[in-house]
Design a protein around this ligand. Sequence first.
Ligand code: GLN
Length: 610
Amino acid sequence: MDAGKLLASISDASAETEFYTPMPHGYVLGKTKFVIVFGTVMSGLGKGIFSSCLARCLKDKGLSVAPIKLEGYLNVDAGTLNPYRHGEVFVLDDGMETDMDLGTYERMLDQDLTRAHFTTSGQIFTRVLTKERKGSYLGRDVQMIPHVTGEVKCKLRELAVATRADVIFVEIGGTVGDLENAYYIEAMRELAFEEGPNSCAFVSLTYILEPRTLGEQKSKAAQLGIRRLMAAGIQPHIIACRAHNPVTHKVREKMAVYCNVALDRVFSMHDCESVYLIPEMIRGAGLDTTVAGLLKIQDRLNSDSESSSWQAWAGYMNRLRTGIAPVNIGITGKYTALRDSYASIIHALEHAGAALGSRVNISWVDTTEISEENVGEKLRDVHGIIVPGGFGVRGAEGKITAINHVRQNGMPYLGLCYGFQLAVVEYARNVAGLEGANTTEIDPDCLHPVIDMLPDQKKIEGLGGNMRLGGYDVQVKPGTMAYEMFGESEMIRLRFRHRYEVDPRYIEKLERAGMIFSGRSPKYPIMQILELPRDVHPYFVGTQAHPEFTSRPLSPDPLFVGLVRAALDRAYPDGLPAGVAQAIREMEAAKRPLASQNTPMRNRQPATAG
Ligand code: GLN
């Protein structure tokens, strides 16, 4: 009897068999296809980027795809992780705090994801231990195999049932050889056995060294990395070689010989200028069709869908390549050392730049060094600034000083979450006459707590449990700049991650002083977008949300487009470069006036209350 039939015939938690594997209701063995991506040699190869680009190529062929990231760490979610160590914390519409790779998947696939697309060892072990305490294992000793690996497979199968995707893309976190990921690899070996032939394509991403002193590519580390995967019982079907330069024929041959993988399944995935150019590299090399062939799904492909989606994507790549008018945007913050901490903001700027025929250069401004005396000098070379999300006291006064400077000097400003709150503090202090105004996050005893802990949140104790998280609807006030930018939608949806908000007692005072709250929660007095009128300032906008999480290459976030456009006006006071003017005309013709198809209602997940 083959594994599939045997599994189908046994009950979930039987104590009698070694074939224990929990199956979600409605799952059909062998129907769903899986592409499983492992990283060898070292971390930081861009597994998430590669896997999302490959998924995108298959989606373009008319298949429905669903990615999942399996993280090795024991944290239950990414909410408590320090972005300085681990990259930004990405927030999904359903409120799940995840690793930054989920952002890569959402952007590349233009698809909203849920908590079903992300798991950690912390979640897997929690499930196993909860079942154990409930006695669900019927007296069996609970083991890594089959119980823990069983939960991993179950997680993938649940995703298959929930999404009905043709292909599930599984990204195994970490590097082959890490202790903490070993049981994921074992689970994938079991999965392939149970699902049967042509169900799983194993892709090993590896790294080809090119030491400067030798000037030639060396594959030994890559060979050994893949051998390690083979020792775990997994023979890769495809090897994708990351490298600085295109991988030579000789090196590909070596990889083929040492790893039992046909030469035409060893691919060069060398560095390229933008991640958005990688799908082209994958297509050009035929990696996507190789996967489709391995999974025997050629009959499900749709060439009409492929040509129309590819046309739109090619237009985006073209704008990336030809949009050259430079504009400088400063980002303030304390994690200035690590670009990964601000990944989504950098992408949102790139999307906005491409839409406007411009290349956005980013400069990092360390606000711990900003004072009233040097702020003009520090911001001299930028045409607009972003004060991004943040927590705590450090650098906050410097940010307020920077906001004061840009407000008074007509420099375009976009405040994101903390940047929104600090803009309110600055305005309260310097315009609304509320001396001593602050956020209680900085000074709990301040005279005017214009930003304070959310009334409901005050009651909730404990780290990781007291934030307003996820997608919420935002009601946009007609006649405002925000209304115009969001394509005259009165209801949009944005993502949030915060504890503090504008204290409703101060709303009227701030409005009387000229601040416009153009976006609010439809149900509660929670202020979500602020702006100053255009005749007062060319672009002074803040949002309590994180619009960077919902910006996509083909539908850039309108607030970022607004910022870059205003910054371009400042950079080119004598007239916009022809390419930019043309891009703006095209946007307007396509009815994308500063606004986008990024109607955050698109692809909506079941809403969290808000
Ligand atoms: N620290 C602020 C809050 O908790 C802002 C959070 C953020 O910027 N993500 O509300």
